[in-house]
Design a protein around this ligand. Structure first.
Ligand SMILES: *Cc1c(COP(=O)(O)O)cnc(C)c1O
Length: 431
């Protein structure tokens, strides 16, 4: 499989190059030159495949130019080594719990897959790769955990001092080894500005081979399609495929689901569930695409004003809004309704939602009210404990802290405090 640059279609690269570069010339996203269709033989064996076997078969065409079969199988086994259960909430709705990975959020899958690919690619290079990431919370933890102890790759994470939760900070700062954390005395935007300046600094690039681990990287995007296959394997009603609601921010996750659908996965309908940062739902309803600055909400991992993966959805459907609308609709859920949903679902079904899952649940329930003969799945993308303040306040009770977090909270923070000053950052990187 080759990948072309959506902004510069003449730039065509293999998986390895796309994964190392992250994005192409002129900030273009890489996109597969063809979408593989799964064989009837695959579907015959589907019910009995393990997660790693299934991931191996689905992802093989995407990486075959750059990874051997054994390498891919090992990476798949290592990436998908935790539960991804489909849990019944009520008669119409099930939750696909994507939060059983090491940092309790769905970004673990993409980060683990990408880190293991880069680790292999680094072995054939003389110089180390340095991954730079600015994080407002969840991404940094997943990247730190995914890349921990991967040979040939150094990771530098920048986060805004006092602006991430305690759990998030511990996930970023307690690992050590090849993971270093810089605590920037400023905002997330300051962190991002430092990273951007580093990528534009030719002198620095001559000293270090820099790459980013952001969500548009194909090695983070492609493995996410597996969630949808795992969900369908656990879906009992093969005559009526599910409606699937996805809490969406940068639209990488739902775009991966649509890719799975194009490969032949049975899905009745997709819902892009957004908080008030709803550029895409508004576009689907009005035909008018109007990016705007992000507004802060309680489902903050979806506070994105310019969703970077939407262009891939357009490409998947031949750039036709009418085609997109045959399978995808959008919904907007405000913070008030999100909180009410957390309360109602707990009262009725004793199921605890996190704010992101709650947005998707609400969108799905509304859709199913208008389509009462259908049933659906929403993606629960984070453990409620990661948003403990919001959820405890909504439910007026204490949440039980998972065992894995107790150990984390006892670990010692190691970080370098820095002013948002590029010269300091650069000498840190070179030194
Ligand atoms: C990143 C994130 C999302 C949004 O996913 P996208 O792929 O950016 O649309 C949703 N929920 C949680 C908890 C996240 O961390």
């Amino acid at each position: 499989m080759q990948y072309y640059n959506l902004n510069e279609p003449n730039e065509i690269v293999d998986f390895k190059t796309a994964a190392i570069k992250g994005q192409g010339t002129n900030k273009g996203l890489f996109f597969p030159t063809s979408i593989p269709v799964l064989s009837s033989d695959f579907w015959k064996r589907f019910p009995l495949l393990s997660k790693a076997e299934m991931a191996f078969e689905v992802l093989r065409p995407y990486v075959s130019s750059s990874l051997s079969e054994q390498q891919l199988y090992n990476i798949a086994e290592d990436t998908f080594n935790f539960d991804i259960p489909l849990v019944k909430v009520n008669d119409q709705i099930q939750s696909l719990e994507l939060f059983h990975g090491p940092t309790l959020a769905f970004k673990d899958v993409g980060a683990r897959f990408m880190s293991r690919c880069l680790g292999l690619f680094a072995q054939t290079r003389s110089e180390k790769l340095t991954v730079l990431v600015a994080t407002s919370g969840d991404t940094g933890g997943a990247v730190a955990n995914g890349f921990y102890d991967v040979d040939g790759v150094e990771v530098v994470i920048l986060y805004p001092s006092n602006k991430v939760s305690e759990v998030q900070e511990k996930q970023l700062t307690t690992l050590g080894k090849n993971i270093r954390a810089i605590e920037v005395n400023g905002s997330f935007d300051d962190c991002q500005a430092l990273v951007k300046q580093a990528f534009n600094d030719d002198e620095l690039q001559r000293n270090l081979f820099l790459t980013s681990a952001n969500s548009i990287n194909v090695a983070r995007w492609l493995p996410q399609q597996m969630y949808y296959f795992f969900a369908y394997q656990q879906w009992a009603d093969s005559l009526n495929p599910p409606v699937i609601a996805v809490p969406s921010g940068n639209f990488g996750n739902i775009c991966a689901g649509l890719l799975a659908y194009q490969s032949g996965l049975p899905v009745n309908h997709f819902i892009a569930a957004c908080n008030v940062n709803d550029v895409v739902p508004r576009y689907l309803n009005t035909g008018d695409y109007q990016p705007k600055p992000a507004q802060p909400t309680i489902s903050n991992a979806m506070d994105v004003g310019v969703p970077s993966n939407f262009i891939r959805i357009e490409e998947l459907f031949g750039k036709s809004l009418d085609n997109i609308k045959t399978i995808l609709s959008g919904a907007t859920v405000t913070d008030d309704v999100t909180l009410q949903t957390i309360q109602q679902v707990y009262q009725k079904n004793q199921y605890i939602l996190d704010p992101h899952g709650a947005v998707a649940y609400r969108a799905l329930e509304d859709y199913l009210q208008a389509h009462p003969n259908q049933k659906g799945i929403f993606l629960e993308t984070a453990h409620p404990i990661k948003f403990i303040d919001t959820v405890e306040e909504a439910l007026n009770m204490k949440l039980i802290i998972p065992e894995s977090l107790n150990d984390l909270m006892k670990a010692q923070k190691q970080s370098t405090l820095m002013e948002p000053n590029y010269d300091d950052f650069k000498s840190y990187l070179i030194g």
